[in-house]
Design a protein around this ligand. Structure first.
Ligand code: PLP
Length: 432
Protein backbone atom coordinates (compact mmCIF):
# COMPACT_ATOMS: atom_id res chain seq x y z
CA UNK A 1 0.00 0.00 0.00
CA UNK A 2 1.54 3.24 -1.20
CA UNK A 3 0.52 6.27 0.86
CA UNK A 4 3.15 8.73 -0.34
CA UNK A 5 0.74 11.47 -1.37
CA UNK A 6 -1.27 11.22 1.86
CA UNK A 7 1.95 11.58 3.84
CA UNK A 8 2.98 14.65 1.85
CA UNK A 9 -0.48 16.16 2.22
CA UNK A 10 -0.38 15.50 5.95
CA UNK A 11 2.87 17.46 6.22
CA UNK A 12 1.31 20.34 4.31
CA UNK A 13 -1.80 20.13 6.47
CA UNK A 14 0.17 20.20 9.69
CA UNK A 15 1.64 23.56 8.74
CA UNK A 16 -1.76 25.24 8.49
CA UNK A 17 -4.24 23.08 10.43
CA UNK A 18 -3.68 22.12 14.07
CA UNK A 19 -2.62 18.47 14.01
CA UNK A 20 -3.37 18.41 10.30
CA UNK A 21 -7.04 17.53 10.79
CA UNK A 22 -10.32 19.30 11.41
CA UNK A 23 -11.54 16.78 13.97
CA UNK A 24 -9.12 14.94 16.28
CA UNK A 25 -10.55 11.45 15.68
CA UNK A 26 -9.36 11.69 12.08
CA UNK A 27 -5.72 12.00 13.06
CA UNK A 28 -4.72 8.29 13.33
CA UNK A 29 -2.65 9.28 16.37
CA UNK A 30 -4.24 6.59 18.52
CA UNK A 31 -2.99 3.93 16.11
CA UNK A 32 0.44 5.46 15.60
CA UNK A 33 -0.04 6.24 11.90
CA UNK A 34 -0.70 9.30 9.77
CA UNK A 35 -4.12 9.94 8.27
CA UNK A 36 -5.16 8.96 4.78
CA UNK A 37 -6.51 11.77 2.65
CA UNK A 38 -9.73 10.62 1.07
CA UNK A 39 -10.83 11.92 -2.30
CA UNK A 40 -13.86 9.88 -3.28
CA UNK A 41 -16.35 7.33 -2.03
CA UNK A 42 -19.08 5.27 -3.58
CA UNK A 43 -21.35 2.75 -1.90
CA UNK A 44 -19.37 0.97 0.82
CA UNK A 45 -15.98 1.85 -0.68
CA UNK A 46 -13.70 4.83 -0.26
CA UNK A 47 -10.53 5.84 -2.07
CA UNK A 48 -7.53 7.90 -1.01
CA UNK A 49 -5.38 10.36 -2.97
CA UNK A 50 -2.78 7.64 -3.65
CA UNK A 51 -5.38 5.62 -5.52
CA UNK A 52 -5.92 2.97 -2.82
CA UNK A 53 -9.43 1.54 -2.33
CA UNK A 54 -10.90 0.37 0.94
CA UNK A 55 -14.07 -1.21 2.28
CA UNK A 56 -15.31 1.49 4.61
CA UNK A 57 -16.68 0.82 8.10
CA UNK A 58 -16.40 4.40 9.29
CA UNK A 59 -19.23 5.71 7.16
CA UNK A 60 -18.31 9.28 8.11
CA UNK A 61 -18.72 8.12 11.74
CA UNK A 62 -22.33 7.13 11.24
CA UNK A 63 -24.25 9.21 8.73
CA UNK A 64 -23.69 7.09 5.62
CA UNK A 65 -26.26 4.39 6.33
CA UNK A 66 -27.35 4.15 2.67
CA UNK A 67 -23.75 4.18 1.46
CA UNK A 68 -21.64 6.94 -0.09
CA UNK A 69 -22.85 8.96 -3.06
CA UNK A 70 -26.19 7.17 -3.26
CA UNK A 71 -27.69 8.27 -6.60
CA UNK A 72 -30.99 9.40 -5.04
CA UNK A 73 -29.17 11.52 -2.47
CA UNK A 74 -26.75 13.01 -5.00
CA UNK A 75 -29.66 13.91 -7.26
CA UNK A 76 -31.62 15.51 -4.43
CA UNK A 77 -28.63 17.61 -3.37
CA UNK A 78 -27.79 18.71 -6.95
CA UNK A 79 -31.41 19.71 -7.61
CA UNK A 80 -31.52 21.68 -4.39
CA UNK A 81 -28.19 23.39 -5.16
CA UNK A 82 -29.51 24.61 -8.49
CA UNK A 83 -32.22 26.50 -6.62
CA UNK A 84 -29.82 28.16 -4.18
CA UNK A 85 -27.70 26.83 -1.35
CA UNK A 86 -28.93 28.94 1.55
CA UNK A 87 -31.59 31.57 2.10
CA UNK A 88 -31.63 32.18 5.85
CA UNK A 89 -35.39 31.92 5.57
CA UNK A 90 -38.09 29.31 6.14
CA UNK A 91 -38.44 26.56 3.52
CA UNK A 92 -40.92 23.78 2.78
CA UNK A 93 -38.35 21.00 3.15
CA UNK A 94 -37.72 22.00 6.78
CA UNK A 95 -41.40 21.41 7.48
CA UNK A 96 -41.32 18.10 5.64
CA UNK A 97 -38.24 16.98 7.58
CA UNK A 98 -39.76 18.06 10.91
CA UNK A 99 -42.90 16.08 10.02
CA UNK A 100 -40.79 13.04 9.15
CA UNK A 101 -38.92 13.26 12.47
CA UNK A 102 -42.03 13.75 14.60
CA UNK A 103 -43.75 10.81 12.93
CA UNK A 104 -40.68 8.57 13.31
CA UNK A 105 -40.19 9.28 17.02
CA UNK A 106 -43.18 8.81 19.27
CA UNK A 107 -41.67 11.02 21.98
CA UNK A 108 -40.94 13.95 19.66
CA UNK A 109 -43.88 16.33 19.34
CA UNK A 110 -41.88 19.25 18.01
CA UNK A 111 -38.37 19.55 16.67
CA UNK A 112 -35.85 22.29 15.95
CA UNK A 113 -33.25 21.76 13.23
CA UNK A 114 -29.64 22.69 13.92
CA UNK A 115 -26.36 22.00 12.13
CA UNK A 116 -24.49 19.51 14.32
CA UNK A 117 -25.00 16.97 17.08
CA UNK A 118 -23.01 19.23 19.38
CA UNK A 119 -25.50 22.01 18.82
CA UNK A 120 -28.46 19.68 19.34
CA UNK A 121 -27.10 18.58 22.72
CA UNK A 122 -26.13 22.11 23.74
CA UNK A 123 -29.70 23.18 23.06
CA UNK A 124 -31.21 20.20 24.88
CA UNK A 125 -29.12 20.99 27.94
CA UNK A 126 -30.17 24.63 27.91
CA UNK A 127 -33.80 23.57 27.57
CA UNK A 128 -33.55 21.13 30.47
CA UNK A 129 -32.07 23.81 32.70
CA UNK A 130 -34.69 26.37 31.68
CA UNK A 131 -37.59 23.93 32.07
CA UNK A 132 -36.57 22.79 35.56
CA UNK A 133 -34.91 25.95 36.85
CA UNK A 134 -32.04 23.71 38.01
CA UNK A 135 -28.35 23.69 37.05
CA UNK A 136 -26.87 20.21 37.48
CA UNK A 137 -26.54 17.67 34.70
CA UNK A 138 -25.80 13.98 34.87
CA UNK A 139 -24.01 12.12 32.11
CA UNK A 140 -22.47 8.67 31.88
CA UNK A 141 -18.72 7.92 31.72
CA UNK A 142 -17.62 7.16 28.18
CA UNK A 143 -20.73 8.61 26.55
CA UNK A 144 -19.95 11.42 24.12
CA UNK A 145 -22.35 14.27 23.52
CA UNK A 146 -20.39 16.64 21.33
CA UNK A 147 -17.91 19.28 22.40
CA UNK A 148 -19.97 21.91 24.21
CA UNK A 149 -18.43 22.99 27.53
CA UNK A 150 -20.92 21.22 29.77
CA UNK A 151 -20.43 17.88 28.03
CA UNK A 152 -16.65 17.55 28.01
CA UNK A 153 -16.39 15.54 31.20
CA UNK A 154 -15.45 11.83 30.92
CA UNK A 155 -16.49 12.03 27.32
CA UNK A 156 -15.47 8.83 25.55
CA UNK A 157 -13.72 8.20 22.27
CA UNK A 158 -12.03 11.38 21.05
CA UNK A 159 -10.84 12.48 24.44
CA UNK A 160 -10.02 9.00 25.75
CA UNK A 161 -7.85 8.38 22.72
CA UNK A 162 -5.77 11.43 23.62
CA UNK A 163 -5.56 10.33 27.24
CA UNK A 164 -7.25 13.49 28.49
CA UNK A 165 -9.64 13.29 31.45
CA UNK A 166 -11.54 16.25 30.06
CA UNK A 167 -10.86 19.30 27.94
CA UNK A 168 -8.78 22.27 28.97
CA UNK A 169 -10.49 25.60 28.56
CA UNK A 170 -13.72 24.58 30.28
CA UNK A 171 -14.29 26.77 33.35
CA UNK A 172 -14.20 24.57 36.44
CA UNK A 173 -17.39 26.23 37.71
CA UNK A 174 -19.16 24.86 34.67
CA UNK A 175 -17.48 21.44 34.68
CA UNK A 176 -18.59 21.02 38.29
CA UNK A 177 -22.19 21.31 37.17
CA UNK A 178 -21.83 18.09 35.19
CA UNK A 179 -21.71 14.88 37.17
CA UNK A 180 -20.41 11.82 35.35
CA UNK A 181 -21.34 8.36 36.61
CA UNK A 182 -20.88 4.84 35.20
CA UNK A 183 -23.09 3.73 32.31
CA UNK A 184 -25.36 0.73 32.84
CA UNK A 185 -25.61 1.42 36.56
CA UNK A 186 -28.98 2.76 37.73
CA UNK A 187 -27.99 2.51 41.41
CA UNK A 188 -25.28 5.10 40.76
CA UNK A 189 -27.95 7.37 39.26
CA UNK A 190 -30.25 6.84 42.21
CA UNK A 191 -27.44 7.83 44.58
CA UNK A 192 -26.78 11.04 42.66
CA UNK A 193 -30.46 11.97 42.84
CA UNK A 194 -30.40 11.36 46.60
CA UNK A 195 -27.26 13.41 47.04
CA UNK A 196 -28.53 16.40 45.04
CA UNK A 197 -32.28 16.59 45.70
CA UNK A 198 -34.18 19.00 43.42
CA UNK A 199 -30.94 20.14 41.78
CA UNK A 200 -30.61 17.92 38.74
CA UNK A 201 -31.97 19.56 35.60
CA UNK A 202 -31.43 16.64 33.33
CA UNK A 203 -29.88 13.26 32.70
CA UNK A 204 -28.30 12.66 29.31
CA UNK A 205 -27.46 9.23 27.98
CA UNK A 206 -26.78 7.43 24.72
CA UNK A 207 -29.50 4.75 24.92
CA UNK A 208 -27.04 2.42 23.19
CA UNK A 209 -23.59 3.75 24.03
CA UNK A 210 -21.49 3.93 20.88
CA UNK A 211 -18.65 6.31 21.67
CA UNK A 212 -16.69 3.96 23.92
CA UNK A 213 -17.14 1.26 21.37
CA UNK A 214 -20.63 -0.21 21.28
CA UNK A 215 -22.05 -0.93 24.73
CA UNK A 216 -25.73 -1.86 24.71
CA UNK A 217 -27.88 -1.08 27.75
CA UNK A 218 -28.39 -3.87 30.25
CA UNK A 219 -31.90 -5.26 30.55
CA UNK A 220 -34.04 -2.74 32.44
CA UNK A 221 -31.37 -0.03 32.64
CA UNK A 222 -33.09 2.54 30.41
CA UNK A 223 -36.45 1.86 32.09
CA UNK A 224 -34.86 2.49 35.49
CA UNK A 225 -33.27 5.73 34.27
CA UNK A 226 -36.65 6.82 32.89
CA UNK A 227 -38.36 6.09 36.17
CA UNK A 228 -35.78 7.92 38.27
CA UNK A 229 -36.03 11.00 36.04
CA UNK A 230 -39.81 11.00 36.30
CA UNK A 231 -39.69 10.55 40.06
CA UNK A 232 -37.23 13.42 40.52
CA UNK A 233 -38.79 15.65 37.84
CA UNK A 234 -35.58 15.76 35.83
CA UNK A 235 -35.53 15.97 32.07
CA UNK A 236 -34.42 12.73 30.41
CA UNK A 237 -32.37 13.45 27.29
CA UNK A 238 -31.65 10.61 24.91
CA UNK A 239 -28.67 11.38 22.72
CA UNK A 240 -29.64 9.40 19.63
CA UNK A 241 -27.17 11.16 17.35
CA UNK A 242 -25.79 7.73 16.37
CA UNK A 243 -28.78 5.48 17.09
CA UNK A 244 -31.53 7.68 15.61
CA UNK A 245 -32.71 6.09 12.33
CA UNK A 246 -30.01 3.41 12.82
CA UNK A 247 -30.93 1.16 15.76
CA UNK A 248 -34.39 1.35 14.21
CA UNK A 249 -36.20 3.98 12.18
CA UNK A 250 -37.64 5.33 15.44
CA UNK A 251 -34.28 5.10 17.20
CA UNK A 252 -33.20 3.04 20.20
CA UNK A 253 -36.17 4.39 22.16
CA UNK A 254 -38.56 2.54 19.86
CA UNK A 255 -36.67 -0.72 20.43
CA UNK A 256 -36.60 -0.44 24.20
CA UNK A 257 -40.00 1.26 24.46
CA UNK A 258 -38.69 4.04 26.66
CA UNK A 259 -39.73 7.63 26.02
CA UNK A 260 -37.27 10.47 26.41
CA UNK A 261 -38.37 14.00 27.24
CA UNK A 262 -35.87 15.39 24.75
CA UNK A 263 -34.06 13.59 21.94
CA UNK A 264 -30.95 14.71 20.09
CA UNK A 265 -30.48 13.59 16.49
CA UNK A 266 -27.58 14.09 14.11
CA UNK A 267 -25.45 12.03 11.75
CA UNK A 268 -28.09 10.06 9.76
CA UNK A 269 -30.72 12.80 10.06
CA UNK A 270 -28.36 15.02 8.05
CA UNK A 271 -28.10 12.51 5.23
CA UNK A 272 -24.33 13.11 5.08
CA UNK A 273 -24.64 16.90 5.20
CA UNK A 274 -24.50 19.17 8.23
CA UNK A 275 -27.95 18.92 9.79
CA UNK A 276 -29.05 17.74 13.22
CA UNK A 277 -32.10 18.14 15.41
CA UNK A 278 -33.37 18.46 18.94
CA UNK A 279 -36.94 17.57 19.72
CA UNK A 280 -39.29 16.24 22.33
CA UNK A 281 -42.22 17.19 24.51
CA UNK A 282 -44.03 20.28 23.29
CA UNK A 283 -44.02 22.08 26.62
CA UNK A 284 -40.23 21.84 26.77
CA UNK A 285 -39.33 22.51 23.14
CA UNK A 286 -41.75 25.46 22.98
CA UNK A 287 -39.49 27.25 25.45
CA UNK A 288 -37.24 28.01 22.46
CA UNK A 289 -37.23 31.52 21.01
CA UNK A 290 -39.26 33.02 19.40
CA UNK A 291 -42.01 31.34 21.48
CA UNK A 292 -40.10 31.18 24.73
CA UNK A 293 -37.16 32.60 26.65
CA UNK A 294 -34.48 30.04 25.64
CA UNK A 295 -32.32 31.49 22.90
CA UNK A 296 -31.08 29.31 20.06
CA UNK A 297 -30.37 30.22 16.45
CA UNK A 298 -28.32 29.28 13.37
CA UNK A 299 -27.48 30.95 10.06
CA UNK A 300 -27.37 27.61 8.24
CA UNK A 301 -29.99 25.75 10.32
CA UNK A 302 -32.32 23.73 8.12
CA UNK A 303 -30.01 24.30 5.17
CA UNK A 304 -31.68 23.44 1.82
CA UNK A 305 -28.95 21.02 0.68
CA UNK A 306 -28.96 19.24 4.01
CA UNK A 307 -32.73 18.91 4.25
CA UNK A 308 -32.86 17.63 0.66
CA UNK A 309 -30.23 14.97 1.45
CA UNK A 310 -31.95 14.08 4.67
CA UNK A 311 -35.38 13.61 3.10
CA UNK A 312 -33.83 11.42 0.39
CA UNK A 313 -32.10 9.21 2.97
CA UNK A 314 -35.18 8.88 5.17
CA UNK A 315 -37.23 7.89 2.14
CA UNK A 316 -34.82 5.04 1.47
CA UNK A 317 -34.90 3.99 5.12
CA UNK A 318 -38.70 3.79 5.10
CA UNK A 319 -38.65 1.09 2.41
CA UNK A 320 -39.64 -2.36 3.68
CA UNK A 321 -36.85 -4.75 4.59
CA UNK A 322 -34.16 -2.11 5.05
CA UNK A 323 -33.46 -2.75 8.73
CA UNK A 324 -33.74 -6.52 8.22
CA UNK A 325 -31.08 -6.22 5.51
CA UNK A 326 -28.78 -4.22 7.83
CA UNK A 327 -29.33 -6.79 10.57
CA UNK A 328 -28.53 -9.71 8.27
CA UNK A 329 -25.31 -8.12 7.02
CA UNK A 330 -24.20 -7.14 10.50
CA UNK A 331 -25.01 -10.56 11.91
CA UNK A 332 -22.94 -12.14 9.14
CA UNK A 333 -20.06 -9.82 10.03
CA UNK A 334 -20.32 -10.51 13.76
CA UNK A 335 -20.46 -14.30 13.29
CA UNK A 336 -17.60 -14.22 10.79
CA UNK A 337 -15.38 -12.16 13.09
CA UNK A 338 -16.24 -14.38 16.03
CA UNK A 339 -15.30 -17.47 14.05
CA UNK A 340 -12.09 -15.89 12.73
CA UNK A 341 -11.03 -15.02 16.26
CA UNK A 342 -11.78 -18.51 17.48
CA UNK A 343 -9.91 -20.20 14.64
CA UNK A 344 -6.88 -18.02 15.27
CA UNK A 345 -7.08 -18.38 19.04
CA UNK A 346 -7.60 -14.65 19.71
CA UNK A 347 -9.60 -13.52 22.71
CA UNK A 348 -12.13 -10.90 21.67
CA UNK A 349 -15.56 -9.69 22.71
CA UNK A 350 -17.95 -8.38 20.13
CA UNK A 351 -20.70 -6.02 21.21
CA UNK A 352 -23.28 -5.43 18.53
CA UNK A 353 -26.51 -3.47 18.36
CA UNK A 354 -28.02 -3.79 14.89
CA UNK A 355 -25.66 -2.27 12.35
CA UNK A 356 -23.04 -0.99 14.78
CA UNK A 357 -20.54 -3.28 16.42
CA UNK A 358 -17.22 -3.20 18.24
CA UNK A 359 -14.42 -5.69 18.56
CA UNK A 360 -12.81 -5.51 22.00
CA UNK A 361 -9.51 -7.23 22.69
CA UNK A 362 -10.41 -8.84 25.99
CA UNK A 363 -11.83 -12.11 27.27
CA UNK A 364 -14.28 -10.38 29.63
CA UNK A 365 -17.70 -8.87 28.91
CA UNK A 366 -17.72 -5.13 28.22
CA UNK A 367 -20.58 -3.25 29.92
CA UNK A 368 -19.17 0.17 30.73
CA UNK A 369 -16.24 2.53 30.19
CA UNK A 370 -14.10 0.90 32.87
CA UNK A 371 -14.42 -2.44 31.07
CA UNK A 372 -13.50 -0.74 27.79
CA UNK A 373 -10.37 0.78 29.27
CA UNK A 374 -9.17 -2.65 30.35
CA UNK A 375 -9.03 -3.86 26.74
CA UNK A 376 -5.75 -4.06 24.91
CA UNK A 377 -4.97 -0.89 22.98
CA UNK A 378 -1.74 -2.44 21.73
CA UNK A 379 -3.53 -5.33 20.04
CA UNK A 380 -6.10 -2.98 18.54
CA UNK A 381 -3.35 -0.84 17.06
CA UNK A 382 -1.75 -3.80 15.33
CA UNK A 383 -5.11 -5.17 14.23
CA UNK A 384 -6.00 -1.78 12.75
CA UNK A 385 -2.73 -1.54 10.83
CA UNK A 386 -3.09 -5.01 9.41
CA UNK A 387 -6.72 -4.42 8.35
CA UNK A 388 -5.81 -1.15 6.65
CA UNK A 389 -3.04 -2.84 4.66
CA UNK A 390 -5.60 -5.39 3.52
CA UNK A 391 -7.95 -2.68 2.30
CA UNK A 392 -10.33 -2.47 5.27
CA UNK A 393 -10.88 1.04 6.61
CA UNK A 394 -11.86 0.94 10.29
CA UNK A 395 -12.16 3.87 12.67
CA UNK A 396 -8.59 4.63 13.83
CA UNK A 397 -9.56 4.23 17.48
CA UNK A 398 -10.26 1.33 19.80
CA UNK A 399 -13.16 3.33 21.22
CA UNK A 400 -15.25 3.47 18.09
CA UNK A 401 -17.91 1.45 16.39
CA UNK A 402 -17.86 -0.23 13.01
CA UNK A 403 -20.74 1.07 10.91
CA UNK A 404 -22.43 -1.27 8.45
CA UNK A 405 -24.40 0.32 5.61
CA UNK A 406 -26.98 -0.82 3.08
CA UNK A 407 -24.27 -0.56 0.44
CA UNK A 408 -22.10 -3.30 1.97
CA UNK A 409 -22.47 -6.62 0.20
CA UNK A 410 -22.03 -10.18 1.43
CA UNK A 411 -18.81 -10.18 -0.58
CA UNK A 412 -17.55 -7.08 1.29
CA UNK A 413 -18.38 -8.73 4.59
CA UNK A 414 -16.68 -11.99 3.65
CA UNK A 415 -13.55 -10.17 2.46
CA UNK A 416 -13.52 -8.29 5.74
CA UNK A 417 -13.81 -11.49 7.76
CA UNK A 418 -10.95 -13.06 5.80
CA UNK A 419 -8.81 -9.98 6.42
CA UNK A 420 -9.67 -10.12 10.12
CA UNK A 421 -8.63 -13.77 10.25
CA UNK A 422 -5.26 -12.83 8.72
CA UNK A 423 -4.92 -9.92 11.13
CA UNK A 424 -5.77 -12.05 14.17
CA UNK A 425 -3.30 -14.70 13.04
CA UNK A 426 -0.64 -12.01 12.61
CA UNK A 427 -1.24 -10.82 16.16
CA UNK A 428 -0.42 -14.28 17.47
CA UNK A 429 2.56 -15.11 15.27
CA UNK A 430 4.50 -11.82 15.19
CA UNK A 431 4.30 -10.94 18.86
CA UNK A 432 6.83 -8.11 18.90
C1 PLP B 1 -21.20 12.44 16.98
C2 PLP B 1 -21.98 12.59 18.22
C3 PLP B 1 -22.30 13.85 18.75
C4 PLP B 1 -21.76 15.13 18.16
O1 PLP B 1 -22.23 15.36 16.88
P1 PLP B 1 -21.40 16.37 15.93
O2 PLP B 1 -22.27 16.48 14.72
O3 PLP B 1 -20.08 15.73 15.69
O4 PLP B 1 -21.28 17.65 16.66
C5 PLP B 1 -23.12 13.91 19.85
N1 PLP B 1 -23.59 12.79 20.43
C6 PLP B 1 -23.30 11.56 19.96
C7 PLP B 1 -23.87 10.37 20.63
C8 PLP B 1 -22.47 11.42 18.85
O5 PLP B 1 -22.13 10.21 18.44
Amino acid sequence: MNTKRSKEMYERACRVIPGGVNSPVRSFRGVGLTPLFIERASGAHIGDIDGNEYIDYVGSWGPMIVGHAHPAVVEAVCRAAEKGTSFGAATENEVRLAEAVTSAFESIEKVRLVSSGTEAVMTAVRLARAFTGRDLLVKMDGCYHGHSDSMLVQAGSGIAELGLPASAGVPSDLAQKTISIPYNNSEALQKVFEKYPNQIAGVIVEPIAANMGVVPPKEGYLQAVRQLCTEHRSVLIFDEVITGFRAAYGGAQSLFRVSADLTCLGKIVGGGLPCAAVGGRKEIVDLLAPLGPVYQAGTLSGNPLATAASLAVLEILRKPGVYERLEALSDRLEKGLQEAAQKSGTAIQINRAGSILSVFFTDKPVNNFEDVQRCSGRLFKRFFGSMLKQGIYLAPSAYEAWFVSLAHTERDIDRTVQAAYNAFTDLNTNET
